[in-house]
Ligand binder design. Structure first.
Ligand code: SAM
Length: 256
């Protein structure tokens, strides 16, 4: 039997199987639809926890507070939460590029960066994590928060992260993970499948995008498997730290 062409191959979009070539458009439709309400929904869905997790991400990155130049790319940066936190936590020569594939999410991000008075330090670029519009070795650090599970080919996104980092650069990924605490896992299931889609329907008028968000979390590899993928991409010292019993995790690795 000949192997199917890559484009005809099926992949998961939440719990549905869709052609690989169609998946990114479906993801883009989700984020185009939720962009204006994304920040509010994030707070409602996570009970504000995503703010603490993002604070942890920046604490781990530990950007320079003095005058040392430092360049971060925040991929799938959406409405700018990570880039803005980073700029506030760092010195005047620490800059960031907020990169995302969705014009609608970037639009909200650009407005928020401007409102925070951070546009000299944070620039915005539209780009796909699988083919970043940046030269090799251009950044000291790469972050991606709740973004990588939306990417069709995770291995390509990791290869791109490796390519754009300078030698000595840091890779940090904040993503939903697999809960490792009994009882919490059942509560979390209830919250994910019963509460979140209803919240989506009530607050945003549509349960469907939120069903995808929940399902895509369950399809994402567990912490150990994802750490292995990071290592396969060429990174050294892959480690992770569970947050809130493993609801989310921060993966860290280095390009050396
Ligand atoms: C759940 S949001 C996370 C946004 C932000 N990082 C945060 O933590 O609030 C996921 C983001 O990934 C972006 N995204 C999806 N696929 C992408 C891709 N292939 N390349 C870059 N960004 C992508 C979406 O447009 C969306 O803004």
């Amino acid at each position: 039997m000949p192997k199917p062409l890559d484009d005809a191959a099926q992949t998961s979009f939440g719990y549905r199987q869709v052609p690989q070539a169609a998946r990114q458009n479906l993801v883009n439709r989700v984020f185009a639809g939720v962009a204006e309400r994304y920040d509010l929904m994030n707070d409602l869905m996570s009970g504000g926890l995503h703010r603490l997790w993002k604070d942890d991400l920046i604490a781990l990155l530990n950007p320079p507070r003095g005058d040392r130049p430092f360049r971060l790319v925040d991929v799938a940066g959406g409405t700018g939460d990570v880039a803005i936190r980073y700029a506030r936590a760092s010195g005047p020569n620490a800059t960031a590029v907020l990169c995302d594939i969705s014009p609608e999410m970037i639009d909200v991000g650009r407005r928020r960066v401007h409102a925070a008075g951070l546009d000299p330090r944070i620039t915005v670029a539209q780009g796909n994590a699988e083919a970043l519009p940046f030269p090799d070795k251009s950044f000291d650090a790469y972050t991606i928060a709740f973004g990588i599970r939306n990417v069709t080919h995770i291995d390509k996104a990791l290869a791109e992260a490796f390519r754009v980092l300078k030698t000595g650069g840091r890779f940090l990924c904040l993503e939903f993970a697999h809960v490792e605490v009994p009882i919490l896992d059942r509560l979390y299931d209830f919250h994910s499948f019963e509460v979140i889609p209803r919240l989506g329907a009530l607050a945003a008028g549509d349960a469907e995008p939120y069903r995808y968000l929940v399902e895509s979390i369950r399809k994402f590899p567990d912490q150990k498997r994802f750490a292995k993928m990071i290592e396969t991409a060429g990174f050294a010292r892959p480690t992770w730290r569970n947050l809130t019993g493993g609801i989310a995790a921060i993966h860290s690795a280095w390009k050396i």
